[in-house]
Write a protein that binds this ligand. Structure first.
Ligand code: HEC
Ligand code: HEC
Length: 465
């Protein structure tokens, strides 16, 4: 399990006096969720009567058992979304018929090296497992070795495997694997496909649109326009409102790490403790697990009444006939995400002297710190949002209009150096290919008039975060 190793940048403790309340709120909701945690709760001196709304706690205050429970949910829980992926989209049939491991890798699906018994890993690397046979995919699913996809596999009398049911988990989009050097030619080809799980790291290879477009439910001429939209998104992007308003304008898949201390989640800050008692990240986890993954639970937000093509709320419990599988796990799921620190910039990946000069530009001439403020580099830690007009310098100016807030949250920048070292694209629409482009876009669109040296120093500073 990844934990805050205590070496990450110490987060500012807001309203330090409320620390016990953060803890109490989390423990109370965990207990209410009957997560079966053992009795180390209420380690006793806090008599605060009613827990405050669940503002994000600092990572160091999270209960390790709650975090462990959340890790299991993040990786393994489908919330009962097999109803969507199996019964409705029939993706189990697609996978069984045509998705061999190489095809799966081609749309960005990852394999968890630690879930493979040594003999299986050895056989794959020796070329003894046919990677062009869907039966091999089913074998991997049987081992729960496919990151973010859960399958129920049966074997018939002739020894052929069948994928009876399948569903997806949060890890499909928000985990990737390490770029491990694996032995041999096959190992070389599988670098970055088979590796150790990295939870919270966005899978920017994953092509969710292309995957969904393979569904038999979207076959035929009548669905050609929908398939074309899905196929236009490309790797690392997803549109979490397309199914409601039919508008195709995806965002990049963002990290789910480095979020402790932010009172607003998602690009547009829709997610906060006012609209979801379990907390900001839990708001969006509920939204996605119910309305996108198809999990059994409910989502509603009156701010969205009449927006998004008339959509207001979703009830996948069939009016309460099916047990809600989402609400009870939200505190643990959220705690796990808050426990994931933003990765540090790799050693030697930036010029320290230039970064020190760049820090002065960041707070001074370029005025970046007016929004990217504090230890998390965002005023979202103070709950602040910004008007749509002229705030984001990204190419796309429309995504924000589909949100509940109609505003932008200043994106946190911790971990941005690490992300740059991976070649990730920046801004919600991925419109900056690298940090130099980010700085150029700000310089041009905000008329900052930075010199070439100021710009390159600023880039080195960003690379250090
Ligand atoms: C199909 C891909 C996909 C799946 C599955 C998915 N997400 Fe996301 N997630 C996204 C995208 C795209 C966004 C950006 C939406 C936005 O900000 O408007 C996002 C945003 C987030 C954020 C906000 C990050 C921030 O900076 O505030 C968190 C946290 C998150 N997801 C966690 C989860 C969890 C937990 C699950 C499982 C319940 C999940 N996601 C399932 C694609 C996905
Ligand atoms: C008015 C507030 C504001 C100011 C000033 C500002 N930013 Fe931002 N920044 C934002 C918002 C809002 C976003 C998210 C926009 C989007 O994704 O479209 C963002 C996104 C970013 C990102 C992308 C983060 C990611 O995860 O993709 C970087 C990098 C960044 N800003 C750096 C800077 C730098 C450098 C400066 C100074 C030149 C600066 N910002 C000035 C509000 C601001």
């Amino acid at each position: 399990m990844r934990k805050n190793d205590g070496t990450s940048r110490p987060a500012t403790v807001r309203r330090g006096a409320k620390r016990p309340v953060f803890t109490a709120a989390l423990l109370a909701s965990a207990a209410a969720a009957t997560l079966g945690l053992s009795g180390c709760f209420g380690g006793g001196d806090d008599n605060t009567p009613a827990p405050a709304p669940a503002d994000p706690p600092q990572a160091q205050f999270l209960h390790p058992e709650l975090v462990g429970q959340g890790q299991d949910v993040f990786r393994n829980d489908t919330f009962g979304d097999e109803a969507k992926w199996t019964d409705q989209l029939k993706m189990n049939e697609v996978i069984e018929a045509a998705v061999d491991p190489l095809t799966a890798a081609g749309v960005g699906v990852k394999v968890d090296l630690d879930a493979l018994p040594a003999a299986v890993a050895g056989a794959i690397l020796a070329g003894d497992v046919p990677l062009d046979d869907p039966q091999s995919t089913l074998a991997l699913l049987e081992l729960n070795a496919v990151v973010g996809i859960r399958g129920e596999v049966s074997t018939d009398a002739a020894g052929k495997k069948h994928l009876d049911r399948m569903g997806i988990t949060c890890a499909l989009c928000h985990s990737t694997v390490s770029r491990e050097d694996l032995p041999g030619d096959i190992g070389k080809a599988l670098k970055g496909v088979v590796g150790h799980r990295l939870d919270g790291h966005p899978n920017r290879d994953l092509n969710p649109g292309a995957i969904i477009a393979l569904s038999p439910a979207l076959a035929g001429d009548a669905n050609k326009a929908a398939r074309d939209q899905l196929n236009s998104w490309g790797p690392g992007k997803y549109d979490p409102r397309w199914n409601f308003d039919g508008i195709s304008n995806p965002t990049v898949i963002p990290p789910a790490y480095g979020l402790a201390a932010l009172t607003k989640a998602i690009f547009t800050g829709d997610a906060d403790a006012v609209h979801e008692p379990a907390g900001p990240v839990a708001y969006w986890n509920r939204y996605v697990s119910v309305t996108q993954m198809g999990g059994i639970g409910k989502f509603s937000d009156s701010r969205l009444q009449g927006k998004l093509g008339g959509y207001h709320d979703v009830d996948n419990t069939n009016g309460g006939k099916l047990a809600d599988r989402v609400t009870g796990v939200l505190p643990a799921l959220q705690a796990y995400q808050y426990s994931l620190p933003a990765p540090k910039a790799p050693a030697g990946s930036f010029d320290a002297a230039a970064a020190a000069r760049g820090q002065v530009v960041f707070s001074g001439a370029a005025n970046c710190a007016s929004c990217h403020a504090g230890d998390a580099f965002t005023d979202a830690a103070q709950g602040k949002l910004h008007p749509a007009e002229g705030t984001s310098v990204a190419n796309d100016q429309d995504y924000v209009k589909r949100s509940a807030t109609q505003q932008w949250r200043t994106s946190p920048l911790a971990g941005i150096g690490f992300r740059a070292s991976l070649g990730e694209k920046f801004f919600h629409d991925g419109s900056a290919d690298n940090l130099a482009e980010v700085v150029d876009m700000y310089n041009a669109r905000k008329s900052l008039g930075l010199s070439a040296t100021q710009k390159s120093d600023l880039v080195e500073y960003l690379k250090s975060l």
